[in-house]
Design a protein around this ligand. Structure first.
Ligand code: PMV
Length: 321
């Protein structure tokens, strides 16, 4: 039997992280420059149910039965089996590769889940509807994140720019113009569950100021939606920077991210912000295609461990949700 493979993109939250956990709107886009890929090979000489996992990028090489109880991969495989209605999968080897840096705001956990779900379903001759792929990945997001909004699994499973409100059908965003983004990595790894948990604790202790910040971020995301759809890049950039200031007020930025955001603004970006949970990971800046190479160099000089250009082009497509 030939190997079956599936891949999934990373993601960038352009507006609304953290506030989206509290029901405010957010905007996220897929990031195809980085990908997770899962490849399933049959192991005809092994016993049914014997599953070998080889994921060098996260330094995991183990049999499924050797994983600690509650490991996200073990849980995901259990859920896939039950969704496919099989008691156990045939013997197989599952290889996972990912160019998405882990714990850095680009959706590595959700992308690995989505790639695994699609590859294992494909191996069993099945193709699950996108919504089910997203829902299965959401179950695993709960292990990684604690209280995920669902934005990561949604944008990655559908691989489209989305306007997202928790527990509501999402909407596909239609871009008026291409967006040239530069994504830069602070090099610091940060746990989404820890940062989201800290925000929750502070919100519980004193809700009013946090509710105000969440409202302000939600308002920015709403305005940004109109700008994405009409294509006013300068205004969109201004809103990204305004969003970053609210994330600073929320206490989820850090000096390294602030330095990169500042460097972006001083080197021709229309706007810039951290993306994802913060306290490390990546930031994103909006610029022109002419300025993008210069901005990549400037961000590396300002301390980015990696920086690359991502151009998001308008694509006609149906509204889904
Ligand atoms: O850091 P990431 O890529 O896991 O993004 C988290 C986004 C948050 O809004 C902080 C959490 C969530 O579940 O939406």
């Amino acid at each position: 039997m030939p190997a079956i493979s599936a891949s999934a993109p990373g993601k960038v939250i352009l507006f609304g992280e953290h506030a989206v956990v509290y029901g405010r709107p957010a905007i996220a886009i897929p990031l195809s420059q980085v990908q997770a890929k899962a490849i399933v090979y049959a192991s005809p000489r092994s016993q049914p149910g014997q599953i070998e996992i080889d994921a060098p990028d996260i330094e995991l090489k183990a049999g499924l039965d050797d994983l600690p109880p509650g490991h996200p991969f073990a849980l995901l495989i259990q859920k896939i089996q039950s969704r496919l209605g099989v008691e156990r999968l045939p013997a197989l080897r599952l290889q996972i590769h990912s160019s998405i840096p882990i714990a850095s705001g680009l959706g590595s956990g959700a992308a690995i889940s989505v790639a695994m779900i699609r590859a294992l379903a494909g191996f069993m001759g099945r193709e699950l509807p996108v919504q089910e792929v997203s829902e299965l990945a959401y179950e695993i997001e709960k292990i990684y994140h604690g209280t995920p909004s669902g934005i990561d699994n949604t944008v990655i499973a559908y691989a489209q720019p989305i306007f997202f409100v928790r527990s509501q059908p999402f909407q596909t965003l239609h871009l008026a113009l291409p967006l040239t983004l530069v994504v830069a990595d602070s090099g610091l790894r940060s746990s989404t569950a820890a940062v989201v948990g800290e925000v929750r604790q502070r919100w519980q202790a004193d809700p009013a100021p946090y509710e105000q910040i969440f409202d302000a971020i939600g308002e920015i995301a709403l305005q940004a939606r109109a700008e994405v759809e009409t294509g006013r890049a300068a205004e969109l950039g201004r809103l990204m920077s305004a969003n970053h200031r609210r994330l600073q007020a929320l206490g989820v930025s850090c000096p390294e991210l602030d330095r990169l955001v500042e460097a972006a603004l001083q080197n021709g970006a229309a706007g810039a912000k951290l993306c994802g949970a913060g306290r490390g990971g990546n930031m994103v800046a909006l610029t022109t295609s002419e300025n993008a190479p210069h901005l990549v160099t400037a961000l590396r000089q300002a301390g980015a461990k990696n920086a690359f250009v991502s151009i998001l082009r308008p694509a006609a497509g149906p509204i889904q949700g």
